[in-house]
Design a protein around this ligand. Sequence first.
Ligand SMILES: Cc1cc2nc3c(=O)[nH]c(=O)nc-3n(C[C@H](O)[C@H](O)[C@H](O)COP(=O)(O)OP(=O)(O)OC[C@H]3O[C@@H](n4cnc5c(N)ncnc54)[C@H](O)[C@@H]3O)c2cc1C
Length: 386
Amino acid sequence: MRSAAQPNHVPPEASAPPDEVESVIIGAGIAGVATALYLARAGREVLLIDRGDPWGESSGANAGTVVLFIIPPAVLPLTFRTLALWPALGAEGGVHTLFHRKGGLSLAMTAKEDRALRNWFTVQERHGIEAELLEGAALRNYAPWLGPAVMSAVLCAEDGYVSPLEAGPALIGLALAAGVNMQAGTPVTGIAPAGAGWRVETPAGSVRCRDIAITAGAWSGQVSALCGVGLRIFVDVNMLAATEPFAPVLDRVVTHIGGSLSLKQFDNGTCLIGGGWQGKGSLRDGTRSVDGGNLLQNLGFAAKTVPALREARVTRAWAGYEGIAADSLPLFGALPNRPGIFISACARGGFLLGPALGYHLAELMVEGRCSVPIAAYDPARAIRPA
Ligand SMILES: Cc1cc2nc3c(=O)[nH]c(=O)nc-3n(C[C@H](O)[C@H](O)[C@H](O)COP(=O)(O)OP(=O)(O)OC[C@H]3O[C@@H](n4cnc5c(N)ncnc54)[C@H](O)[C@@H]3O)c2cc1C
């Protein structure tokens, strides 16, 4: 299926790329658009290429949930950066509410989950996450719309969401305004050495460049293989469902400590229901569709958590690919033995982290160093043995 997003700024279909640019970015989802934006702002001449519509894959089809409490410590520096960048990008792009800071509740439904929630609360407190543990009457008073099955919750005021439908046009508009040359409908089919740099090949022609960023999401392994680097990338087929608008109930973003639920109600009254339940299909054959059985379980879990959802009609459900590294951390940095080729892909929470990953990849490409620690994200850890 097509993604949920249809940005206003999609440029016309591809013509031949320029003969030469400084930097080529392959893939125009959040990772590529953000990298291109910050590179162009640093003075680089940037060509951003996508084989389809910019923002047309995961970045246009995701839940946009920002839940600080569940972020692993290894990506907290990126997360703190991204929490500052989202509102700034919104203000610059004319969408002042781009980051909807609603606060979030991470829930436990069983005694085992309650123990896990409390343990994780202690870990995250040590890492500077400000949160509050709620249970019993305090929880019921705070969120009377939660069902009796909910045992305890952690409240984090920084949580919220970014709507991919708002973010796509805003960020693509900013990138174009910064001077990024964007080329849609142009698959990259080859990457070859050319003098001190590289030549990127497409069916519409080839372009020489000094450096390259691979930001092709779940397809990043296919693209890195074009320059002879095989990466181990796992691909989930995630599902989401949207309801008809109904009276405001949920004034917070809701997630589950076991990862089975992500829930939010937008200002227009519609509710978005997800939580990592898997659809059908595979990247290899390009198929993806909703799995009816898993969707029903997802909706049942949501209705048990927030009983008002029993009355809500689901109008649409969809599935999208999410590329993930084995340890769920970003594949981020320079590709080994390919000077001038960089990658930013496959982070769990890649949409939330997108602006920070783009900011720091541009920093790395321009200055040759990064102001946050990136050793844990080294793409070398995912290289397939030859
Ligand atoms: C249903 C669902 C829900 C999700 N919910 C959340 C969430 O709540 N919070 C969160 O942070 N993350 C979430 N994610 C994950 C998030 O969507 C991704 O991590 C993020 O969007 C990845 O962005 P990207 O730019 O790396 O990839 P994409 O957005 O997939 O962009 C990659 C681009 O590369 C292009 N491309 C591929 N091959 C080539 C080629 N050969 N030549 C040129 N272009 C190419 C594609 O056309 C595509 O446009 C969810 C994902 C899904 C599917």
